[in-house]
Design a protein around this ligand. Structure first.
Ligand SMILES: Nc1ncnc2c1ncn2[C@@H]1O[C@H](COP(=O)(O)OP(=O)(O)OP(=O)(O)O)[C@@H](O)[C@H]1O
Ligand SMILES: [Mg+2]
Length: 149
C-alpha cells in the first residue's frame, strides 16, 4: 500500500480552502491516516525543499511555506502517489487541468495551494519529516457502499 504526503500550503489555509482541498482527496477513496495544522519552521522547510536549494525561487519558496500555518496529511491506498498528483494538477495553475486543485482554485505558481509527494521515494523521505510514526492512526474503514461483491 502506498503512502503520500500532502500539504495545504499557507495560501490555502489563508483562503479558507482547507475543507475544499481535503474533501477532494477524501472523495478519491484514499484513506486519511494522519492530519494536522502545523506552523512549518525554517529548518523543516529547508529539509522538505532540499532538492530546490540554489534555484532562483528557493528563498521565496521557504519564506512562503513558513509565512503562516499549513495543513499536513498522509493519504494511503493503492497508487496513492499518482492519484494525488493527478488530483492536484500541474505546478503552474495556468497549465493545470480543470477539475484539479490548482486548475480550479489557483492562478500563481508561487501560490499554488498544495504540495504532494512526486514519487514513492520522495513520499518515503517526506512523510517522516512531518509525522512521527505515533501520529499515524491505524483503523479499518467500512467498504464504500457502492462497491458490490
Ligand atoms: N519556475 C518556478 N518559479 C516559481 N516557483 C516555482 C517554480 N517551479 C516551482 N516553483 C515552486 O516550487 C514548488 C516546488 O516545485 P516542484 O518542481 O517540486 O513542483 P511540484 O512538485 O508540482 O510542487 P510541490 O512540490 O509543491 O508539490 C512549486 O509548488 C512552486 O510553488
Ligand atoms: Mg515537488
Amino acid at each position: 500500500m502506498e503512502r503520500t504526503l500532502v500539504l495545504v500550503k499557507p495560501d490555502g489555509v489563508q483562503r479558507g480552502l482547507v475543507g475544499e482541498v481535503v474533501s477532494r482527496f477524501e472523495r478519491t477513496g484514499l484513506k486519511l491516516t494522519a492530519l494536522k495544522l502545523i506552523q512549518i519552521s525554517a529548518s523543516l522547510a529547508e529539509r522538505h525543499y532540499a532538492e530546490h536549494k540554489g534555484k532562483p525561487f528557493y528563498d521565496g519558496l521557504v519564506s512562503y511555506i513558513t509565512s503562516s500555518p499549513s495543513v499536513a496529511m498522509i493519504l494511503e491506498g493503492p497508487e496513492a502517489v499518482a492519484i494525488v498528483r493527478k488530483a492536484i494538477g500541474s505546478t503552474r495553475p495556468a497549465e493545470a487541468q480543470p477539475g484539479t486543485v490548482r486548475g480550479d482554485l489557483g492562478i500563481d505558481v508561487n501560490r499554488n495551494l498544495v504540495h504532494a509527494s512526486a514519487n514513492l521515494e520522495d513520499a518515503a523521505r517526506e512523510a517522516p519529516l512531518f509525522f512521527d510514526e505515533s501520529e499515524f492512526v491505524v483503523y479499518e474503514r467500512a467498504v464504500d457502499p457502492w462497491i458490490v461483491g
